[in-house]
Ligand binder design. Sequence first.
Ligand code: 9MG
Length: 287
Amino acid sequence: MSAIIIMMYLSCADQTLDLSQPTIMGVLNTTPDSFSDGGSLFERDRLSLSLALQKAQQMVLEGAAIIDVGGESTRPGAAAVSQEEELQRVVPVVEAIRREMDVIVSVDTSSPAVMTAAAAAGAGLINDVRALRREGALAAAVKTGLPVCLMHMQGEPGSMQDEPRYDDVVTDVAGFLARRLADCERQGLPRQRILLDPGFGFGKTVAHNLALLKGLDKLAAMAQPLLVGLSRKSLIGKVLGRDLADRLPGSLALMLMAVQKGAHIVRVHDVAATADVLKLYRAVATA
Ligand code: 9MG
């Protein structure tokens, strides 16, 4: 675990997130087309609230402290989603999870209206892959009073994998996150409410992703809570030659390396297996 933990506790509206131990964020996609589990919560072409609740409950029982609810697929080539559609997918799910279980709900969105509505429905964290760069997003996030995860992405989801380029991926990503951190702070989002994420797979080649993971300790040294998502990503498929269904060992290996280099929150699809690995990690760390 990182030696540079500044905030052991993160205030998430009426809940508190303990960051003194590596923490699991479970993925709950309410989309029909996300890259690994799109459509799994749909019945007869409609999003099923009861399937969403069952999946959230299962992840909480397995050890997730945060459930990340998303209504927009950001995989390359995914169809754009209207604000209305995103609101309809996300808000009832956030509300129902908060009503039924004791867990922090994060909302995976770049839309100011979705941030506002999800916060009103009980979300405790905003996860924005566009780092609040959409018009009105920063102002909306500030108003919610919630913490925000700012993620690095080069380009936009539709074209980000076309030809990503960096001088030095670790320095460039760290520079982007430092500038975003300063801009957001200047515009009213306190540093104590900001988490950072290098955005594995978002506008990065395999070589970029591997170099970024190798240099992740440099991002941990920025002394903000660090969130990473490596679960099932195509980098694993490309290095190991594995289809989506066979990426669990690779996901666990990369997740553990990220934690050893200072990640505080891991965003994962396979919560039970991740929890087992982290339990062993803690057992060794405290031996
Ligand atoms: C929504 N989403 C998909 N991948 C992600 C990642 O790596 N980090 C964050 N914060 N969100 C992600």
